[in-house]
Design a protein around this ligand. Sequence first.
Ligand code: NMX
Ligand code: MLT
Length: 434
Amino acid sequence: MPKLYNKLEELVPQWRKERANILKKYGSAKMSDVTVAQAYGGMRGVKGMICETSLVEPNKGLIIRGYPLLDIKDMWPEDTFYLLLTGEKPDKAVRRDMIREINKRAKVPGYVWKVLEAMPKNSHPMTMLTTGLLTMERESEFRKAYSEGMKKEEYWKPMLEDALRIIAVMPIIAAGIYRMRFNKGRRIGWQKDKDIGWNYAHMLGIKDPDGSFAKLMRLYLHFHSDHEGGNVSANTCHTVGSALSDAYYAVVAGLNGLAGPLHGLANQECLGWIIDLNKKFRGGPSEKQIREYAFQTLRGGQVIPGYGHAVLRVTDPRFAGFLEFGKKHFPNDPVFRTVARVFKVVPKVLSEFSEERVKAGKGPIANFWPNVDAGSGSLLHHYGLKEFSYYTVLFSVSRAMGMLAQLIWNRAVGTAITRPKSVGSAWVKKNVKA
Ligand code: NMX
Ligand code: MLT
């Protein structure tokens, strides 16, 4: 049994007790109001769900179980998952145990590769990833146990087993897709007893003489793992999981949301924007040229990918952490340099454009600062991972951890099936006071 399992056996009764106490004490108290604008506007700011794994503070960014992200930036993905789920920072023995448990499950059935090989050659890597993972749904321990009559109190146990399996197979499927989709040659196998970050770097087949690409993979998988419960991928996974669909169904549903350009696909879009900028202005654009190019994008009715956020109102600490990595390892890389220069220019452009919008009768842009997607691609590009359409797959391998930790917690405490009430416009006009 993984140490994580033993820890959860100890924690789950406490979580249940706490939930019961909170409901008893605060159950009928109000925690949020909803305006008509919020109902039409993606429920922004409406507090309507519970998520314990992490919190996004508008002026601080991601806080995992009380730890601001940049204070724990040296964690490995194995540590991250343990922390997300238990709220405790793992020691070295726990890390070793997590690595051992992941290694035991790091096997992808042959039929997954056959399905992927049968897909059209120009399929998007995200479509391949979700197809590959969904193909494995037949392996779900949760679904098996449910159909055999498992009691509600036991739900979290096969959910944990499915989670560990998914965490172990995702980098293998993801790296296999990279090699297959971009003609990189044969698949490279998982190396026994190594950690997830190292193995993912190794299986992608990227040259890494000084080991810094493996370091980047650990950082990348840690940084993208979770962003509280309301973002599109986590929220979708939560909803699908609430119907007691197993983790394969629920995570794949969440990843389909991550594949949208306003969410995880922004990293692909963003690097494309930076590369176009570099192509247009040979030798790298000046600040003035970036400013003009940014206005051109905005006035063309498009968003500047990698900037803005639904919750954050400051520079995303994940962007800041990636910027620090780039400055340390390759400050003179031309693509990275443009990313750093864009950061100096675009917030002001967005602020000016926001004023223009307001004058034209539109709403303001709420946040002018870079999010996680503004910088991550330039780091991958530096190491030769230049196929932008692959970038959201890397995000997915990481985000699965947060979604899975949330699923386990929800099944452990018995979160109800999601079912908010919707109303039509006629109802609003009739029942809401102007
Ligand atoms: N460039 C241009 N316009 C923007 C931007 C931007 N970067 N950010 C917000 N706006 C616009 C937005 O499109 C909206 O316009 P309209 O009313 O005409 O539809 C208006 O400003 C108000 O939006 P906000 O309230 O500021 O932002 P919202 O919470 O609705 O959306 C994002 C948040 C992240 C979807 C939005 O900022 C955006 O589209 N950013 C660019 C795409 C991006 O980087 N997405 C990645 C987010 C992080 N992730 O990994 O998921
Ligand atoms: C995320 O990491 O999920 C994004 O920053 C989007 C969000 O939090 O809404």
